[in-house]
Design a protein around this ligand. Structure first.
Ligand code: ZN
Ligand code: ZN
Ligand code: FE
Length: 768
């Protein structure tokens, strides 16, 4: 067939899959088709968005490149399939009703920060949504957190109870409008409204909620503010008093609190911000970004993040945040609203009852949050993004894997838990669930499980879980009858999660460095040098075991670890050295500790590198006790100011089975000498970081001599330590290794579910 200018007319059928619904994809295709003067149609289908376009070949080419280069901000196309079909001689291009047949393969979009266009309207007195806190469009606003069921249509969201007014309805139906099929579309006439409640949950009548909330915050009150994925507890970040009150009511004496700042300029006064960090701060995901603190700022109280080197900062992301900040504050504390170890609150009544005694007032609204989704946390290290908590803004966007897997559900570890579902070439990680230590957290675990099955539309028959018999998730797995269970060792899962996100397979040298995980020999592993593939691993080396006096107790009292290290390093004379260092004030403790360590009373052996960091911090007098796990190690990292220094000695030995043992006792003795000589803490902690990184490279070389492997994968919570990560990469690369690290998935236990899933999926594939 020929057109007027004798060009061949073709018709192509495209299927776009990925995050393509609820993100303005159809009107976008419509506009691109009109621009390229094509006829045909576009349609939502369960497996994606289908478009048939007809016109000259050159026009179709320009259409496709237009689509590829101008995707709507929230869209994420994982695949485009194209097929030539016979022309139908359509005259116009249309958006036609959804086809609901077939299997589902459409992904739900993550929640996104309010977009620039909506923000402009929010502060435009002439706009009908002027100062309306729920303004949104197809490019921004809530998604995952308002979903009840799929497909993602208004009836299946918590907006179902708000019938659209005629004006909103017209926008919703107009393909040329920015709000065409924006499911959460709303306005002051038809949409959700704010309300301010007192401590008892009674509505404060006759007040303007935003203005009243601002005044209360200024008066030093603690407000619970309903956000996108849950409530925040908020106080003025400039007020020592308000922060102290919040800390004492939340039983959170020292843990750093995240803050939200007015704008980028204000963030720049609080910290030095690199180009990469700026990109993350202003991204539509709006995560909390860990920034290197500038302690001389006068904007926020020193009580926000005492002792630690970093400050968790985010920018406003809901219209309500922007209204609260307008001409009022530089920075507000915005910490997840929960009691210690419990999941974040989402319901209005739930908040009033669970936050009793913490919040003075509640700024709530009647758009229900249906999915708990904490703020995500990221940092930049070795010039790349590192996700420490992957939640709001990122989930449920899947990770693309290098190969396809059978359906697997991984139940995750015990702490910082997430779950993971594999479906074809995609891995879906759940929102951050947290520590599985309370009944509330366990409820959330099951809540999340049914959510994940729903949004991925799968019910996997293979379950992956940890090796630890006492983990909650392991027990859940054991109760799932008729399903195939694959138990995956914790550190193996860490390494495979790093391999999976880097699309590598086959054997690597895996350095899994964390606090403690259940080891196959019954000891608490955590400084592991593995040779690992997706299906198996061998432990070829580890940090030399030391006694963890009192087990769990030692995690809260790192001076116990210091005592244990001293006893290993000096034998009987350790007590006099401990006395000189003053690792505890009461000398009589040393006798008791000596007996505990000697007889291993309730004291497991550990090879955990995180514990070694805790112990060194305690030796240096930084921390005898901590109020949260990792605090001492964080402060040790925070001591480092220099960029060069000397390395301490260490030794690599072999045990009876030929396993390489990394002995750091010589380094411990040098640190002790340094402390007694008065060497600065900064210099000592720099040298310690450097020593650990050099020891990693030396161990990897030793292992590589045995098997010739030259790829190293780094994983485990210790690699959240920016200095350790950067030094390790540098030292390993200097030694000739290709080094793989995490960027998309947390190095900490938040990434373990992905590794569990890929191990189980790979084992299943091999069996076929
Ligand atoms: Zn918008
Ligand atoms: Zn309306
Ligand atoms: Fe771990």
């Amino acid at each position: 067939m020929l057109s007027e200018n004798k060009e061949v007319i073709k018709r192509v059928r495209y299927l776009f899959s990925g995050v393509v619904q609820g993100v303005g994809f159809r009107p976008f295709i419509y506009r691109q088709a009109i621009l390229s003067k094509l006829s045909g149609f576009v349609q939502n289908r369960p497996d994606g968005v289908l478009a048939e376009v007809e016109g000259a070949l050159s026009a179709i080419d320009s259409f496709l490149s237009g689509v590829r280069n101008n995707l709507p901000p929230l869209a994420h196309v994982t695949d485009i399939s194209a097929r030539d079909i016979a022309p139908k001689q359509d005259v116009i291009f249309r958006i036609i009703p959804s086809d609901i047949r077939g299997d589902g393969d459409v992904h739900i979009a993550p929640d996104m920060a309010v977009c620039p266009e909506c923000l402009q309207e929010l502060f435009d007195p002439a706009d009908r949504r002027y100062r309306y806190p729920f303004i949104n469009c197809t490019n921004c606003g809530p998604r995952l957190t308002i979903i009840q069921a799929i497909p993602y249509d208004r009836v299946n969201t918590s907006m179902a109870c708000f019938p659209l007014c005629p004006l909103c309805q017209a926008e919703y139906e107009n393909p040329a409008d920015r709000r065409f099929h924006a499911e959460p579309n709303a306005c002051p006439v038809c949409g959700p409204q704010l309300q301010l409640l007192d401590q008892q949950g009674n509505s404060a009548e006759g007040v303007k909620p935003v203005a009243a909330a601002v005044n209360l915050l200024k008066a030093g009150k603690i407000l619970a503010i309903k956000g996108l994925g849950g409530f925040h507890l908020s106080v003025d970040a400039g007020s020592d008093e308000a922060i102290e009150k919040l800390r004492s009511r939340k039983f959170r004496e020292e843990k750093p609190l995240a803050i939200m700042v007015k704008d980028l300029a204000c963030a720049q006064k609080l910290a030095r911000i690199s180009a990469e960090e700026e990109k993350l701060l202003t991204s539509p995901q709006r995560p909390i970004v860990l920034l290197k603190k500038n302690n001389s700022n006068k904007i926020i109280s020193a009580q926000v993040a005492p002792g630690v080197p970093h400050l968790g900062v985010m920018l406003p992301y809901t219209p309500l945040h922007h209204l609260l900040f307008e001409n009022n504050f530089d920075a507000l504390v915005m910490t997840s609203a929960n009691q210690v170890d419990e999941p974040i609150c989402i319901g209005n009544r739930e908040a009033v009852s669970r936050l009793k005694g913490i919040a003075d007032y509640f700024l709530i609204h009647n758009r229900d949050i249906l999915v708990r989704c904490d703020d995500s946390i990221v940092m930049v290290a070795a010039k790349k993004q590192r996700i420490l908590r992957r939640s709001r803004g990122f989930v449920p966007r899947p990770l693309e894997l290098a190969e396809s897997f059978p359906g697997v559900l991984a139940l995750g570890p015990q702490l910082k838990a997430t779950q993971c579902i594999l479906k074809g070439k995609l891995a879906f990680l759940s929102p951050h669930i947290g520590d599985m230590e309370t009944p509330q957290a366990r409820d959330f675990f099951h809540e999340s499980l049914s959510l994940m099955k729903k949004i991925t539309e799968t019910d996997p028959s293979v379950i992956a879980c940890d090796y630890h018999p006492a983990y909650y998730s392991t027990k859940v797995a054991a109760e799932l009858q008729d399903l195939r269970i694959v138990r995956v060792q914790h550190h193996h899962a860490h390494i495979v999660s790093c391999m999976a996100e880097n699309h590598i397979s086959g054997d690597v040298i895996g350095l899994a460095m964390d606090g403690t995980g259940f080891g196959l020999d019954g000891n608490a592993w955590g400084g592991e040098f593995l040779v690992a593939s997706e299906t198996a691993f061998k432990r070829l080396g580890h940090l030399q075991y030391f006694v963890l006096p009192g087990g769990q107790k030692a995690i809260h009292e790192p001076w116990r670890i210091a005592a244990s290290l001293l006893k290993s390093a000096y034998g009987h004379s350790w007590r006099s050295i401990a006395g000189k260092l003053g690792i505890v004030s009461d000398q009589s403790h040393y006798e008791l500790m000596d007996r505990i360590i000697e007889n291993k009373i309730n004291s497991p052996l550990t090879s955990g590198l995180g514990r070694l960091f805790d112990g060194v911090a305690a030796l240096m007098g930084l921390r005898r006790r901590v109020s949260f796990e990792g605090q001492a190690a964080m402060e040790l990292e925070g001591q480092v100011n220099e960029t060069s220094g000397s390395c301490f000695p260490f030794e690599i030995k072999r045990d009876d089975e030929g396993c390489c043992i990394l002995d750091m006792l010589a380094a411990i003795r040098d640190i002790v000498d340094g402390i007694l000589k008065g060497t600065s803490k900064s210099e000592l902690s720099f040298s310690f970081h450097l020593t650990v990184a050099r020891a990693f490279a030396a161990m990897a070389k030793e292992i590589s001599r045995i098997n010739g492997i030259n790829r190293v994968a780094l994983s485990g919570g210790c690699f959240q330590n920016r200095i350790l990560l950067e030094k390790s990469v540098a030292e390993l690369e200097k030694a000739g290794f290709t080094v793989y690290c995490h960027t998309q998935v947390p190095a900490n236990d938040g990434g373990v579910a992905l590794g569990q899933a890929v191990v189980a999926g790979s084992i299943m594939k091999k069996k076929k």
